[in-house]
Design a protein around this ligand. Structure first.
Ligand code: PLP
Length: 461
């Protein structure tokens, strides 16, 4: 591996970071007390290196995004050439650039036929803000201005701008930022492990879907604009809905004429073993939000695809849509995303995810015998391990997130990145992961579980 940045003084970087860098999603008090950041300096394949030279297996693909893996030169080369040709031009006011148009066409080609038009953003949050504005304006144009309410799920994650945070169901996020925005509602998330009780997962899937219908009736069906969901809830802890859930949700939405939005920011572009999570979960959305895997995280870019039946009327009504970001369809980001999708196709990486899925699942399932593991589940290359103190009753440890945090730290210190969503450990390795590397994930995960077990043994039921 060639190292391009030499002579980095890591101690200086750490000092400067503590002095000047205001980090997102960080408790700054404990951050300072713990001696500042771990500096990540390089990546290759599924591995990262930190400033001290430690090699770490990235079981999370960064933040669920570096799907083709680190160190792909082709993406750097495409970015370099595009910057020389045209580093920037916008896509407002009837102009475009070659990569922006080619990427819109490409995204449309990997989606079902009805998704002919793609709107560009720079992130998942912006994609979701865009969708909320579109939907509310759409229903006004359609003569139904009362259809403004949007229903999501508890612990849903749709990003961190204020609209996206309200759309999501993370209560800790709602509590920071002032009064809740009007018109956002949240219903039962399909998390059998925590909420299924004695019911079968299939029965529970129907029950979770029924909670949506209850909310629709409460708000008034004519007032509901859309139902919003990640096919698999990622940040909530990789909640894989029972097979009954999404088909029932779709039936309910169709019954009341409510639009379905799939937030594919994590699931999209192959993570579940098909191009999109809705294909794996068996439903047909009207709008699709994308980001993360679109460029494998090499540059920031997001997108929204709209079904024909929406854009046909929206375009025909005329009038300007007063919405767009300066960098929407940024030519360099678009060129990189285009190359990323080309690599997914040329190297059959989505098929590779499907092929590796049983092996990845077996690795996780083998961990389910561990004394603090209540369940291990996965689809494609996304999975979760539930930590609990009583395997039979699925009773959790006290203080949600405490034991998950312990386990995450053991992982990191042993050379594996596994994220903790409260007490659910989650994994989403790059698609280039080998069977040998999956074995290594299993070995390092068990080591972390053993160490966590030793720390909490006294609490076990
Ligand atoms: C990460 C994420 C987002 C937000 O994307 P950003 O690029 O961080 O704004 C939205 N939805 C889902 C499902 C995500 O996982």
């Amino acid at each position: 591996m060639t190292i391009h940045q030499k002579n980095i003084n890591i101690e200086e970087i750490v000092k400067a970071d503590i002095a000047h860098h205001f980090h997102p999603f960080t408790d700054h008090k404990t951050f300072h007390e713990a001696g500042g950041p771990r500096v990540i300096t390089q990546g290759d394949g599924v591995y990262l290196w930190d400033g001290k030279g430690n090699k770490i297996l990235d079981g999370m693909s960064g933040l669920w995004c570096v799907n083709i893996g680190y160190g792909r030169k082709e993406l750097a080369e495409v970015a370099y050439k595009q910057m020389l040709d045209l580093p920037y031009y916008n896509t407002f006011f009837k102009t475009t650039t070659v990569p922006a148009t080619e990427l819109a066409e490409k995204i449309s080609s990997v989606l079902p036929k009805r998704f002919k038009h793609v709107f560009f953003t720079n992130s998942g949050s912006e994609s979701n803000d865009t969708i909320v504005r579109f939907i509310r304006h759409y229903w006004k144009l359609m003569g139904k201005p009362y259809r403004q309410h949007i229903i999501g799920r508890r612990r849903g994650y749709h990003g961190s701008t204020w609209v996206a945070a309200n759309l999501g169901g993370m209560t800790a996020m709602h509590e920071q930022g002032g009064d809740a925005l009007p018109g956002f509602h949240h219903v039962q998330q399909p998390h059998w492990f925590d909420f299924g009780g004695d019911k079968s997962p299939e029965e529970f899937g129907l029950e979770a879907a029924a909670d949506l219908e209850k909310k629709i009736l409460e708000v008034g069906p004519e007032n509901v604009a859309a139902f919003y969901g990640e096919p698999i809830q990622g940040a909530a802890g990789v909640l894989i809905p029972p097979s009954t859930y999404w088909p029932e949700v779709q039936k309910i939405c169709r019954k009341y004429g409510i639009l379905i939005v799939a937030d594919e920011v994590i699931c999209g572009f192959g993570r579940t073993g098909k191009w999109f999570g809705f294909e794996t979960m068996g439903f047909e959305p009207d709008i699709v939000a994308m980001a993360k895997g679109l460029s494998s995280g090499y540059l920031p870019i997001g997108a929204v695809a709209f079904s024909d039946h929406l854009t046909k009327d929206f375009f025909a009504k005329g009038g300007e849509f007063y919405h767009g970001m300066t960098y929407a369809g940024h030519p360099v980001a678009a060129a990189v995303a285009l190359k990323n999708l080309q690599i997914l196709q040329d190297e059959k990486l989505v098929e590779r995810v499907a092929e590796l899925a049983p092996y990845f699942s077996n690795m996780l399932k083998a961990l389910a015998d561990h004394p603090i593991v209540g369940e291990a589940r996965s689809v494609g290359l996304i999975g979760a391990i539930e930590l609990c103190k009583n395997k039979k009753t699925r009773e959790r440890f006290h203080e949600p997130g405490r034991v998950g945090g312990i386990c995450r730290d053991h992982c990191f210190n042993n050379g594996l990145i596994m994220r903790a969503c409260w007490d659910t450990m989650v994994l989403a390795p790059p698609f280039c992961v080998s069977k040998k590397e999956i074995d290594e994930i299993g070995r390092l995960a068990r080591l972390a579980l053993d160490k966590t077990h030793a720390d909490v043994k006294a609490e076990l039921a």
